[in-house]
Design a binder for this molecule. Structure first.
Ligand SMILES: Nc1ncnc2c1ncn2[C@@H]1O[C@H](COP(=O)(O)OP(=O)(O)OP(=O)(O)O)[C@@H](O)[C@H]1O
Ligand SMILES: [Mg+2]
Length: 299
């Protein structure tokens, strides 16, 4: 079982048509045909959108994505048109709403990995490959890879796992030229972001991008380089051979799998509400990631 523990009702705003409720973002179309993307405070873990929100998370993800878009602009154009609140939108959408170019999205999760962990490690342990790419012997959880790799995945519906696929499979689905462009752009953006993060004492272990086309032009969309789309590790605590501490939902995952939650991941039951201390620690972690990366105070 998976999906929303409680599916939120879309908010009605005159002039906006609700398109989709994603795990974290709500999508609307405005009268000009642009996409209005509203980042909520929802959090997902183990394929569930949890019933408890993390205050300010939507604003952190939005502000951080905008900060990164600025730093990537010479590498790839992005989908942002405006940060102005659409007329008639609720005041609490401020700071977490972006008016974006509505793109023809490429149905591939474009993942770059510089370090081995997660689903990459699971595949490596079985076959010494990740997405079909051969890797050297002797790598462990958290090892730096000889060079960053493009490890695409197919996008799953809410509640399903994304599935890692080979570059050849992506080429079959979207064409060889587009596949090569996705790989090149993903790795270029990863390298830029990795270097920026590294100067701030953070390892960008891996990250996921989504791209779309505006006519012939490839554009980077969605959110970029946030704790939801990336694994950020404190560099001074990096120690291959174990799970690394991470600026993301680690508290949530740890609590959900601890006896305190009373929840069995493998059961049919939806996960329970998060206790206040887990909410606070998680919020603090998101804010810390923002402040360390951007070098500016949140408040
Ligand atoms: N410029 C864009 N044009 C069209 N769609 C976009 C654009 N930017 C992002 N999206 C889509 O908006 C959605 C963002 O919502 P969110 O991140 O909550 O979804 P998700 O749970 O990751 O995926 P999904 O909603 O498909 O299950 C994604 O489906 C993403 O592909
Ligand atoms: Mg998403």
């Amino acid at each position: 079982m998976s999906g929303f523990v409680e599916k939120p009702e879309p908010i009605q705003v005159p002039g906006l048509t609700h398109l989709h409720t994603g795990k974290v973002r709500d999508l609307y179309e405005n009268e000009a045909g642009d996409l209005v993307m509203v980042a909520s405070d929802r959090i997902s873990a183990y394929d569930w959108v949890l019933p408890t929100e993390i205050p300010d998370k939507g604003r952190v993800l939005t502000r951080l994505s905008l900060w990164w878009f600025d730093r990537l602009a010479d590498l790839v154009p992005n989908h942002v048109i405006s940060t102005d609140l659409p007329a008639g939108a609720p005041a609490d959408w401020a700071g977490r709403t972006l008016v974006c170019r509505a793109l023809d999205m490429v149905p591939v999760e474009c993942v770059a990995r510089g370090y081995l962990t997660g689903s990459g490690l699971a595949e490596y342990d079985q076959t010494r490959t990740v997405c079909g790419l051969a890797l050297p012997e002797g790598l462990v959880d958290g090892s730096e890879l000889p060079a960053p790799i493009f490890t695409p995945a197919t996008k799953a519906a809410v509640g399903d796992h994304d599935e890692n696929v080979s570059f050849e499979e992506v080429a079959r689905q979207v064409g060889a030229d587009t596949a090569a462009l996705l790989r090149r752009t993903t790795l270029d953006v990863y390298a830029r972001a990795r270097d920026i993060a590294r100067e701030r004492g953070i390892i960008l272990a891996d990250t996921k991008f989504e791209f779309g086309f505006d006519g012939e032009r490839l554009i980077i969309a969605d959110e970029v380089l946030t704790p939801d789309s990336s694994r950020f590790w404190p560099a001074d605590q990096w120690q291959p051979g174990r799970a690394q501490p991470s600026y993301d939902k680690q508290y949530v995952r740890d609590w959900l799998t601890s006896p305190a939650s009373g929840w069995d991941r493998r059961s049919e039951q939806p996960p329970p509400a998060l206790p206040q201390d887990v909410v606070e620690s998680t919020r603090a972690r998101y804010l810390e990631a923002y402040e360390l990366l951007t070098g500016t105070a949140w408040a």
